[in-house]
Design a protein around this ligand. Structure first.
Ligand code: SF4
Length: 232
């Protein structure tokens, strides 16, 4: 409501109440609220940058995965990246180093990035869960549900244009689907207003090198889209 309209309604209410011979001025709650809308409840302060956010959550014990962690694995890369890669969770090497995608799978990811003219300083890399699942098992749905708000806040802080899910677990978690990876590839999905695509996890490519050709197709799609966005 405009200020002018609010004043008109106040004046009208005064006239009506005077005409009715009522003492004082009584305004309806609706009118009062329309002039002074109720204030939203104060929210807890949110971290303003990745470093602050990492410090805030690095000692998290929200799920059982904290019990076996050596290091909390927050994420790495450019805090203003336009492209963000998301895997499922840290493995043994990542847990020891505190960094996602190190070891053989990490080296392969570096090669995939290089194939589309990216390196780790240009993109951001993180996982759905920040602590290593025991024996490299898949993260459980309840563990992912506990950790997902952290990933969402990371995404909000980085504000990437594109998200590339590495592997079925990350893809299904972010897209909230049971659709197999093969049917999620080679098309764009939407995740909270951002474009999201899916490809194979580098660790899977180490076991099944025959999927490298498909991965190449996927990341080419990402590069084409990124180039088109940057050319705008
Ligand atoms: S996996 Fe996520 S939710 Fe679970 S303890 Fe680690 S940081 Fe917390």
């Amino acid at each position: 409501m405009t200020e002018k309209r609010a004043l008109e309604l106040v004046a009208k209410a005064i006239q009506q109440q005077e005409a009715l011979g009522l003492g004082g001025i009584r305004l309806s709650y609706d009118l009062i609220n329309s002039i002074t809308p109720p204030q939203p409840r104060r929210m807890a302060a949110k971290a303003e940058n990745l470093e602050e956010f990492c410090n805030e959550i690095k000692d998290c014990k929200k799920c059982r995965l904290h019990q076996g962690r050596n290091k909390f694995v927050f994420g790495v890369g450019n805090p203003n990246a336009k492209v963000m890669f998301v895997g499922e969770g840290p493995g043994r090497d990542e847990d020891l180093k505190g960094e996602p995608f190190v070891g053989r799978a990490g080296q392969l990811l570096d090669k995939i990035l290089a194939a589309i003219q990216f390196d780790r300083t240009q993109v951001y890399i993180a996982n759905v869960v920040k602590c290593r699942p025991p024996n490299n098992r898949d993260p459980q749905p309840d563990e992912m549900a506990e950790c997902m708000p952290y990933l969402k806040q990371q995404i909000e802080l980085i504000n990437p244009q594109y998200i590339c899910c590495l592997g079925r677990i990350a893809a299904q978690a972010l897209l909230n689907t049971q659709t197999p990876l093969g049917k999620l590839r080679l098309r764009w999905h939407e995740f909270e207003g951002r474009k999201l695509m899916v490809t194979y996890h580098p660790a899977a490519l180490l076991r099944f090198p025959e999927y490298k050709r498909d991965t190449w197709e996927d990341v080419q799609m990402l590069r084409r889209e990124y180039d088109a966005y940057m050319a705008k």
